[in-house]
Design a protein around this ligand. Structure first.
Ligand SMILES: [Fe+2]
Length: 387
Protein backbone atom coordinates (compact mmCIF):
# COMPACT_ATOMS: atom_id res chain seq x y z
CA UNK A 1 0.00 0.00 0.00
CA UNK A 2 1.30 3.46 -0.96
CA UNK A 3 0.15 5.47 2.09
CA UNK A 4 1.33 8.80 0.69
CA UNK A 5 -0.81 8.39 -2.43
CA UNK A 6 -3.74 7.33 -0.25
CA UNK A 7 -3.32 10.54 1.78
CA UNK A 8 -3.22 12.64 -1.42
CA UNK A 9 -6.35 10.84 -2.67
CA UNK A 10 -8.16 11.65 0.58
CA UNK A 11 -7.11 15.30 0.16
CA UNK A 12 -8.53 15.34 -3.37
CA UNK A 13 -11.78 13.81 -2.11
CA UNK A 14 -11.95 16.56 0.55
CA UNK A 15 -11.34 19.18 -2.16
CA UNK A 16 -14.09 17.69 -4.33
CA UNK A 17 -16.47 17.77 -1.32
CA UNK A 18 -15.55 21.38 -0.62
CA UNK A 19 -16.40 22.41 -4.20
CA UNK A 20 -19.84 20.76 -4.01
CA UNK A 21 -20.52 22.33 -0.61
CA UNK A 22 -19.49 25.75 -1.95
CA UNK A 23 -21.80 25.25 -4.95
CA UNK A 24 -24.75 24.14 -2.79
CA UNK A 25 -24.25 27.07 -0.39
CA UNK A 26 -24.30 29.59 -3.21
CA UNK A 27 -27.30 28.06 -5.00
CA UNK A 28 -29.25 28.17 -1.72
CA UNK A 29 -28.59 31.93 -1.52
CA UNK A 30 -30.70 32.41 -4.65
CA UNK A 31 -34.50 32.78 -4.83
CA UNK A 32 -35.11 29.27 -6.18
CA UNK A 33 -38.14 27.03 -5.51
CA UNK A 34 -37.74 24.49 -2.74
CA UNK A 35 -38.16 21.58 -5.21
CA UNK A 36 -35.22 22.77 -7.35
CA UNK A 37 -33.01 23.17 -4.29
CA UNK A 38 -33.93 19.68 -3.17
CA UNK A 39 -32.76 18.30 -6.55
CA UNK A 40 -29.47 20.19 -6.20
CA UNK A 41 -28.97 18.68 -2.73
CA UNK A 42 -29.67 15.17 -4.08
CA UNK A 43 -27.15 15.71 -6.89
CA UNK A 44 -24.64 16.83 -4.25
CA UNK A 45 -25.33 13.66 -2.19
CA UNK A 46 -24.79 11.38 -5.19
CA UNK A 47 -21.57 13.21 -6.17
CA UNK A 48 -20.17 13.05 -2.65
CA UNK A 49 -20.79 9.31 -2.33
CA UNK A 50 -19.75 8.26 -5.84
CA UNK A 51 -16.60 10.35 -6.38
CA UNK A 52 -14.43 8.62 -3.71
CA UNK A 53 -15.44 5.19 -5.08
CA UNK A 54 -14.69 6.20 -8.69
CA UNK A 55 -11.40 7.91 -7.79
CA UNK A 56 -10.05 5.10 -5.63
CA UNK A 57 -11.14 2.43 -8.09
CA UNK A 58 -10.09 4.10 -11.36
CA UNK A 59 -6.77 5.54 -10.13
CA UNK A 60 -5.94 3.54 -7.02
CA UNK A 61 -6.89 -0.06 -7.71
CA UNK A 62 -7.05 -0.22 -11.51
CA UNK A 63 -5.57 2.12 -14.16
CA UNK A 64 -2.30 3.66 -12.90
CA UNK A 65 -2.70 1.74 -9.56
CA UNK A 66 -1.67 4.69 -7.37
CA UNK A 67 -2.43 2.82 -4.15
CA UNK A 68 0.32 0.31 -4.89
CA UNK A 69 3.19 1.00 -7.27
CA UNK A 70 1.64 3.55 -9.69
CA UNK A 71 2.86 7.09 -10.36
CA UNK A 72 0.85 10.32 -10.77
CA UNK A 73 2.73 11.03 -14.01
CA UNK A 74 0.93 8.03 -15.55
CA UNK A 75 -2.47 9.81 -15.31
CA UNK A 76 -4.43 10.70 -18.44
CA UNK A 77 -4.95 14.40 -19.27
CA UNK A 78 -8.66 14.05 -18.30
CA UNK A 79 -7.77 12.89 -14.78
CA UNK A 80 -5.09 15.60 -14.47
CA UNK A 81 -7.82 18.18 -15.19
CA UNK A 82 -10.09 16.62 -12.53
CA UNK A 83 -7.25 16.67 -9.99
CA UNK A 84 -6.44 20.30 -10.81
CA UNK A 85 -10.06 21.28 -10.11
CA UNK A 86 -10.14 19.27 -6.85
CA UNK A 87 -6.90 20.99 -5.80
CA UNK A 88 -8.75 24.30 -5.99
CA UNK A 89 -11.25 22.80 -3.57
CA UNK A 90 -8.42 21.82 -1.21
CA UNK A 91 -7.16 25.43 -1.31
CA UNK A 92 -10.70 26.67 -0.54
CA UNK A 93 -10.97 24.27 2.39
CA UNK A 94 -7.64 25.45 3.83
CA UNK A 95 -8.64 29.13 3.49
CA UNK A 96 -12.07 28.50 5.06
CA UNK A 97 -10.51 26.57 7.98
CA UNK A 98 -7.87 29.23 8.62
CA UNK A 99 -10.53 31.94 8.51
CA UNK A 100 -12.63 30.00 11.04
CA UNK A 101 -9.70 29.45 13.38
CA UNK A 102 -8.27 32.94 13.29
CA UNK A 103 -11.26 35.24 12.81
CA UNK A 104 -10.65 37.99 15.38
CA UNK A 105 -13.59 39.36 17.34
CA UNK A 106 -14.23 42.84 15.92
CA UNK A 107 -13.34 45.84 18.07
CA UNK A 108 -17.02 46.76 18.00
CA UNK A 109 -17.79 43.89 20.41
CA UNK A 110 -16.98 45.36 23.81
CA UNK A 111 -18.06 42.30 25.79
CA UNK A 112 -20.22 39.22 25.46
CA UNK A 113 -21.67 36.60 27.74
CA UNK A 114 -24.14 33.77 27.33
CA UNK A 115 -26.46 31.68 29.43
CA UNK A 116 -27.66 28.26 28.27
CA UNK A 117 -31.05 26.77 29.13
CA UNK A 118 -31.94 23.13 28.59
CA UNK A 119 -35.56 23.29 27.47
CA UNK A 120 -35.73 19.50 27.05
CA UNK A 121 -34.85 18.97 30.72
CA UNK A 122 -37.21 21.74 31.70
CA UNK A 123 -40.10 19.98 29.94
CA UNK A 124 -39.01 16.55 31.13
CA UNK A 125 -39.07 15.22 27.57
CA UNK A 126 -37.91 16.11 24.07
CA UNK A 127 -40.73 18.09 22.39
CA UNK A 128 -40.65 16.30 19.03
CA UNK A 129 -43.95 16.27 17.14
CA UNK A 130 -45.12 14.82 13.84
CA UNK A 131 -43.54 16.66 10.92
CA UNK A 132 -40.82 16.64 8.27
CA UNK A 133 -37.30 15.51 9.26
CA UNK A 134 -38.62 14.14 12.57
CA UNK A 135 -35.83 11.55 12.68
CA UNK A 136 -33.18 14.31 12.82
CA UNK A 137 -34.90 15.82 15.86
CA UNK A 138 -34.62 12.53 17.75
CA UNK A 139 -30.84 12.11 17.26
CA UNK A 140 -28.73 11.98 20.41
CA UNK A 141 -26.54 15.02 21.32
CA UNK A 142 -28.86 17.22 19.25
CA UNK A 143 -28.66 20.73 20.76
CA UNK A 144 -31.86 21.89 19.05
CA UNK A 145 -33.79 21.72 22.30
CA UNK A 146 -31.57 24.11 24.22
CA UNK A 147 -31.49 27.90 24.18
CA UNK A 148 -28.52 30.23 24.41
CA UNK A 149 -29.45 33.69 25.62
CA UNK A 150 -26.46 35.76 24.65
CA UNK A 151 -25.75 39.36 25.54
CA UNK A 152 -23.38 41.52 23.49
CA UNK A 153 -22.28 45.09 24.11
CA UNK A 154 -21.63 46.75 20.76
CA UNK A 155 -19.72 49.99 20.18
CA UNK A 156 -21.25 52.12 17.41
CA UNK A 157 -19.53 55.31 16.21
CA UNK A 158 -22.70 57.27 15.39
CA UNK A 159 -24.87 56.26 18.35
CA UNK A 160 -26.33 59.38 20.04
CA UNK A 161 -24.97 59.87 23.57
CA UNK A 162 -28.50 59.87 24.94
CA UNK A 163 -28.92 56.30 23.68
CA UNK A 164 -25.97 54.76 25.57
CA UNK A 165 -27.24 51.45 26.96
CA UNK A 166 -30.16 51.13 24.51
CA UNK A 167 -31.13 47.45 24.26
CA UNK A 168 -32.40 45.45 21.29
CA UNK A 169 -33.64 41.87 21.48
CA UNK A 170 -32.68 40.17 18.25
CA UNK A 171 -34.80 37.13 17.32
CA UNK A 172 -34.48 35.23 14.06
CA UNK A 173 -35.35 32.05 12.17
CA UNK A 174 -37.93 30.40 14.43
CA UNK A 175 -39.16 28.18 11.57
CA UNK A 176 -42.41 27.24 13.32
CA UNK A 177 -43.50 23.77 12.22
CA UNK A 178 -45.00 20.78 14.01
CA UNK A 179 -41.72 18.78 14.05
CA UNK A 180 -40.82 20.87 17.10
CA UNK A 181 -43.81 21.14 19.39
CA UNK A 182 -45.37 24.46 20.33
CA UNK A 183 -44.32 24.04 23.99
CA UNK A 184 -40.65 24.51 22.99
CA UNK A 185 -41.39 27.93 21.50
CA UNK A 186 -43.59 28.85 24.47
CA UNK A 187 -40.74 28.04 26.87
CA UNK A 188 -38.35 30.14 24.76
CA UNK A 189 -40.89 32.97 24.75
CA UNK A 190 -41.01 32.83 28.57
CA UNK A 191 -37.22 33.28 28.74
CA UNK A 192 -37.27 36.02 26.10
CA UNK A 193 -40.08 37.98 27.75
CA UNK A 194 -38.10 38.02 31.01
CA UNK A 195 -35.36 40.02 29.23
CA UNK A 196 -35.77 43.78 29.38
CA UNK A 197 -35.37 45.47 26.00
CA UNK A 198 -36.17 48.84 24.46
CA UNK A 199 -36.77 47.34 21.03
CA UNK A 200 -37.50 43.83 19.70
CA UNK A 201 -36.73 42.78 16.15
CA UNK A 202 -37.29 39.57 14.18
CA UNK A 203 -35.16 39.01 11.08
CA UNK A 204 -37.16 36.48 9.07
CA UNK A 205 -38.03 32.79 8.57
CA UNK A 206 -40.92 32.70 10.95
CA UNK A 207 -42.92 29.79 9.58
CA UNK A 208 -42.46 26.49 7.75
CA UNK A 209 -46.08 25.34 8.14
CA UNK A 210 -49.03 27.71 7.82
CA UNK A 211 -50.97 25.83 10.51
CA UNK A 212 -48.51 27.34 13.00
CA UNK A 213 -49.84 30.90 12.59
CA UNK A 214 -52.13 29.79 15.42
CA UNK A 215 -49.06 29.72 17.67
CA UNK A 216 -48.47 33.51 17.37
CA UNK A 217 -50.77 34.52 20.29
CA UNK A 218 -48.81 32.15 22.59
CA UNK A 219 -45.32 33.07 21.37
CA UNK A 220 -44.22 36.22 19.52
CA UNK A 221 -47.63 37.80 20.13
CA UNK A 222 -47.03 38.17 23.87
CA UNK A 223 -43.68 39.97 23.58
CA UNK A 224 -43.57 43.74 23.91
CA UNK A 225 -41.07 46.60 24.14
CA UNK A 226 -41.39 50.36 24.74
CA UNK A 227 -39.98 51.33 21.31
CA UNK A 228 -41.90 48.65 19.46
CA UNK A 229 -41.50 45.32 17.68
CA UNK A 230 -40.36 45.23 14.06
CA UNK A 231 -40.01 42.33 11.67
CA UNK A 232 -39.13 41.20 8.19
CA UNK A 233 -39.85 37.88 6.48
CA UNK A 234 -37.36 35.39 5.06
CA UNK A 235 -37.05 32.85 2.26
CA UNK A 236 -39.04 30.19 4.13
CA UNK A 237 -41.93 32.64 4.67
CA UNK A 238 -41.67 33.40 0.93
CA UNK A 239 -42.28 29.68 0.24
CA UNK A 240 -45.40 29.82 2.44
CA UNK A 241 -48.16 32.44 2.30
CA UNK A 242 -46.05 35.53 3.01
CA UNK A 243 -48.94 38.01 2.92
CA UNK A 244 -50.94 35.99 5.44
CA UNK A 245 -47.93 35.62 7.76
CA UNK A 246 -47.24 39.37 7.56
CA UNK A 247 -50.86 40.25 8.23
CA UNK A 248 -51.16 37.79 11.09
CA UNK A 249 -48.03 38.95 12.92
CA UNK A 250 -49.06 42.59 12.35
CA UNK A 251 -52.39 41.85 14.01
CA UNK A 252 -50.40 40.99 17.15
CA UNK A 253 -48.77 44.42 17.30
CA UNK A 254 -45.60 43.74 15.30
CA UNK A 255 -44.72 46.24 12.56
CA UNK A 256 -43.48 45.00 9.21
CA UNK A 257 -40.54 46.91 7.73
CA UNK A 258 -40.12 44.63 4.70
CA UNK A 259 -39.08 46.83 1.71
CA UNK A 260 -40.03 49.74 3.95
CA UNK A 261 -38.60 52.29 6.33
CA UNK A 262 -40.05 53.47 9.64
CA UNK A 263 -38.71 56.27 11.75
CA UNK A 264 -39.03 56.38 15.52
CA UNK A 265 -37.97 59.11 17.92
CA UNK A 266 -36.32 58.42 21.25
CA UNK A 267 -34.63 60.77 23.72
CA UNK A 268 -34.51 63.58 21.16
CA UNK A 269 -32.96 61.54 18.33
CA UNK A 270 -34.37 59.68 15.34
CA UNK A 271 -33.82 56.05 14.39
CA UNK A 272 -34.60 54.83 10.91
CA UNK A 273 -35.59 51.15 10.86
CA UNK A 274 -35.41 49.64 7.38
CA UNK A 275 -36.17 46.10 6.20
CA UNK A 276 -34.64 44.12 3.33
CA UNK A 277 -36.28 40.83 2.35
CA UNK A 278 -34.57 40.59 -1.05
CA UNK A 279 -33.82 38.54 -3.08
CA UNK A 280 -37.03 36.68 -2.10
CA UNK A 281 -39.60 39.39 -1.39
CA UNK A 282 -40.08 43.05 -2.37
CA UNK A 283 -37.36 45.59 -3.09
CA UNK A 284 -34.53 47.31 -1.28
CA UNK A 285 -35.76 49.85 1.29
CA UNK A 286 -35.11 53.49 0.39
CA UNK A 287 -32.66 54.58 3.08
CA UNK A 288 -31.56 57.73 1.31
CA UNK A 289 -34.42 59.69 2.91
CA UNK A 290 -32.56 59.57 6.25
CA UNK A 291 -30.91 62.76 7.45
CA UNK A 292 -27.20 62.85 8.36
CA UNK A 293 -27.96 62.51 12.06
CA UNK A 294 -30.55 59.71 11.84
CA UNK A 295 -29.33 56.42 13.27
CA UNK A 296 -29.77 53.71 10.63
CA UNK A 297 -30.88 50.22 11.67
CA UNK A 298 -31.29 47.66 8.89
CA UNK A 299 -33.05 44.31 9.28
CA UNK A 300 -31.95 42.12 6.37
CA UNK A 301 -32.71 38.41 6.30
CA UNK A 302 -29.47 37.47 4.58
CA UNK A 303 -26.11 38.86 5.72
CA UNK A 304 -25.07 38.85 2.05
CA UNK A 305 -26.33 42.47 1.96
CA UNK A 306 -23.54 43.67 4.28
CA UNK A 307 -21.72 45.44 1.43
CA UNK A 308 -24.91 47.21 0.32
CA UNK A 309 -25.63 48.22 3.94
CA UNK A 310 -22.15 49.77 4.23
CA UNK A 311 -22.69 51.77 1.07
CA UNK A 312 -25.98 53.05 2.50
CA UNK A 313 -24.27 54.24 5.68
CA UNK A 314 -26.15 51.75 7.87
CA UNK A 315 -25.02 51.85 11.50
CA UNK A 316 -26.33 48.50 12.68
CA UNK A 317 -27.45 45.61 10.49
CA UNK A 318 -29.19 42.57 11.98
CA UNK A 319 -29.53 39.31 10.04
CA UNK A 320 -30.19 35.59 10.34
CA UNK A 321 -30.72 33.06 7.54
CA UNK A 322 -27.47 31.08 7.87
CA UNK A 323 -28.27 29.45 11.26
CA UNK A 324 -24.56 29.43 12.15
CA UNK A 325 -24.28 26.41 9.86
CA UNK A 326 -26.31 24.33 12.40
CA UNK A 327 -23.52 21.74 12.55
CA UNK A 328 -20.08 23.10 13.42
CA UNK A 329 -17.23 20.63 12.93
CA UNK A 330 -14.16 20.71 15.16
CA UNK A 331 -11.23 22.46 13.38
CA UNK A 332 -13.15 23.09 10.11
CA UNK A 333 -16.09 25.05 11.58
CA UNK A 334 -19.50 25.34 9.92
CA UNK A 335 -19.96 23.62 6.56
CA UNK A 336 -23.38 24.49 5.15
CA UNK A 337 -24.49 28.11 4.98
CA UNK A 338 -26.92 29.31 2.26
CA UNK A 339 -24.91 32.35 1.31
CA UNK A 340 -23.03 33.83 -1.62
CA UNK A 341 -20.24 34.25 0.94
CA UNK A 342 -20.30 30.58 1.96
CA UNK A 343 -19.69 30.17 5.70
CA UNK A 344 -18.00 33.56 6.10
CA UNK A 345 -21.10 35.15 7.68
CA UNK A 346 -22.60 31.97 9.15
CA UNK A 347 -23.09 33.71 12.51
CA UNK A 348 -21.49 36.31 14.77
CA UNK A 349 -20.59 39.98 14.69
CA UNK A 350 -18.78 41.71 11.84
CA UNK A 351 -17.73 45.31 11.43
CA UNK A 352 -16.34 47.42 8.63
CA UNK A 353 -16.02 51.20 8.66
CA UNK A 354 -19.05 52.54 10.52
CA UNK A 355 -21.31 49.50 9.92
CA UNK A 356 -21.65 46.74 12.50
CA UNK A 357 -23.54 43.55 11.57
CA UNK A 358 -24.84 40.90 13.93
CA UNK A 359 -25.86 37.56 12.38
CA UNK A 360 -28.03 35.43 14.66
CA UNK A 361 -27.81 31.63 14.66
CA UNK A 362 -31.61 31.69 14.88
CA UNK A 363 -33.75 29.37 16.92
CA UNK A 364 -34.67 26.42 14.70
CA UNK A 365 -34.63 25.29 11.05
CA UNK A 366 -36.41 23.04 8.60
CA UNK A 367 -33.81 20.41 9.52
CA UNK A 368 -34.09 20.27 13.33
CA UNK A 369 -30.50 19.29 14.02
CA UNK A 370 -27.83 21.34 15.75
CA UNK A 371 -24.40 20.34 16.94
CA UNK A 372 -21.97 22.80 18.55
CA UNK A 373 -24.36 25.51 17.32
CA UNK A 374 -27.06 26.23 19.88
CA UNK A 375 -30.32 28.03 19.09
CA UNK A 376 -29.82 31.68 19.93
CA UNK A 377 -31.65 34.78 21.12
CA UNK A 378 -29.45 37.84 21.48
CA UNK A 379 -29.78 40.91 23.66
CA UNK A 380 -27.70 43.70 22.17
CA UNK A 381 -26.63 46.62 24.35
CA UNK A 382 -25.56 49.62 22.30
CA UNK A 383 -22.71 51.88 23.40
CA UNK A 384 -21.14 54.87 21.70
CA UNK A 385 -17.77 54.16 20.13
CA UNK A 386 -15.63 57.09 21.21
CA UNK A 387 -12.34 55.75 19.82
FE1 LIG B 1 -33.82 30.21 8.30
Amino acid sequence: MNWWNLFLSVLLIAGHTQLWVAFVNRVHALPMPHAVLKHVRHLHDVALISFPIVLLWCLGVSGPRLLTYGRWSDLSSGWIAVIAVCSLGVAGLVISTLRHQWRPSPRAVLSERAEVFDIESQLGRRPVGEGPYRSLATLPWNEQFTLELSEKRLALPRLPRAWEGLTILHLSDWHLMPTIERCFFEEVTDYVSAQSADLIVFTGDLIDDMACVEWFPHTLGILDAPLGRYFILGNHDWEQEADVIRECLSSHGWQSVGSDVRTIEHAGHRMMIAGDETPWLGDRPDIQGATETDFRLLLAHTPDHFGWARRQGVDLMLSGHNHGGQVVLPIFGPVYSPSTNGVRYAAGTFAKEQTVMHVSRGLAGRHPLRWRCRPEVTRLILERDTA
